[in-house]
Design a protein around this ligand. Sequence first.
Ligand code: COI
Length: 396
Amino acid sequence: MTTFVHQNLDVSAASVVASGAALYPAVDRVSAASTIALHPNTSPATDAQRAAIMENPGFGKYFTDNVVRAVWTKEAGWHDRELIAASASAGGLGINALHYGQSIFEGLKAYRHADGGVFTFRPEANALRFQRSAHRLALPPVPTDLFIGAIEALVRQDEVWVPTDEEQSLYLRPLEFGSEGALGVRPSMHVTFVLMASPVGAYFPQGVKPVSVWLSDDYVRAAPGGTGEAKCAGNYASSLIAQAEATNNGCDQVVWIDAIERKYIEEMGGMNMYFVYGEGANARLVTPKLTGTLLPGVTRDSILTLARDLGYQVEEGTITVDQWRAGSESGEISETFACGTAAVITPVGRVDSKNSGSWNIADGGSGEITMKLRKALVDIQTGKTADTHNWLHRIL
Ligand code: COI
């Protein structure tokens, strides 16, 4: 095994795809909020300020009063685990993350149930993906107990920010970045982990309505050996020009095609995709398989299970642009949807492109099966139905 001199990193490939193991195996519940020192904000938002925000929070525009922060150095490992005011600064303009993009993040939500309890959804899966992203970006992994302990500590401290409106939730944003002020191109020797929280409503301003998508012929999101399966800042930075192109062409979102053959559908924006073949009880769902260039979505993974629970056949496979167009035109493909933590499940209604034509999804985006799956997932997350897969993690 080769090790990296700066951090003794294992530099062997740790691709999710190559491992062959279950993507997000069931694990014992971890709880470790007690290891985090509490130094909360002494000037939190007033009840009136918070109420005004919660009236219409949008997505990711406002943050709660506090954050959890921990620091890593080679000598001390992860230390200074503390909950502090959200206004605290995390380094100057020289930090590695700003110059070379050594930065990863996660996204998950806390939901308030009707009985007042607060839960999050499969946090161990996000912790595992965060560790895999860290590996790819030569960052030290945040241990699962710190990741989950930070969530528990922050949500308990900032509980008043967990919305009661069932269309809203508290979006949790774990972030890890190189925070050493140094311009040498090498892994940062000082790394910061921060957990932030933001009350949110619907991700797309129009709510759960069919989106139109633009096939990106000119730009590539990820190539084999690249960072496609890591949730790193750079993937999102490089997607913005293609998203702008989609917008300029009257579409809501961009759809990515594989880098090598330029024909396989990979993802929509920052979300995974599903294609529904046939209708009713005989429907079959296909989602692009994880080839190493796709983000291994926790929502994508949950839908694989929920769709089977609902009696549908489900496959991780491939679909080309031509197959998508022909299948939509013939009606063989009845629905298409995208999924992710932020927007949950969103139907696709129309496709447009420079080189491959334009077409409507057969059902026009009304999404009978799409919406059935959305309800099945949201009902578990919000406590309206039994959590038969033990996905919920109680915080309060
Ligand atoms: C998600 O669906 O959770 C995402 O990754 C979108 C996020 C970057 C806002």
